[in-house]
Design a protein. Structure first.
Length: 78
């Protein structure tokens, strides 16, 4: 009986150790993925301050607006 308890305890300790190593590897992989994604986001950052295309202070379209204002949403709006 004590032999079975010893073997079961050893197997449990071994399984717990393997589990902790696996969790550590998964956390490391997630950290690496986060860093890789953050480095890849540099391609999507604007070259300027990001104000291009933003409406003016009074709500009018910005300087680079190359479009007409949208028509009204209903037939009763101007």
């Amino acid at each position: 009986m004590s032999y079975a308890v010893a073997v079961t305890s050893a197997a449990s300790i071994l399984a717990t150790g393997m589990l902790l190593i696996s969790v550590g590897n998964i956390i490391s992989d997630l950290n690496n993925l986060q860093l890789e994604i953050a480095d890849g986001m540099d391609d999507f950052k604007p070259g300027e301050d990001g104000s291009a295309g933003q409406p003016g202070a009074d709500g009018a379209p910005g300087d680079d607006a190359g479009y007409c204002a949208c028509p009204g949403r209903t037939m009763f709006e101007a």
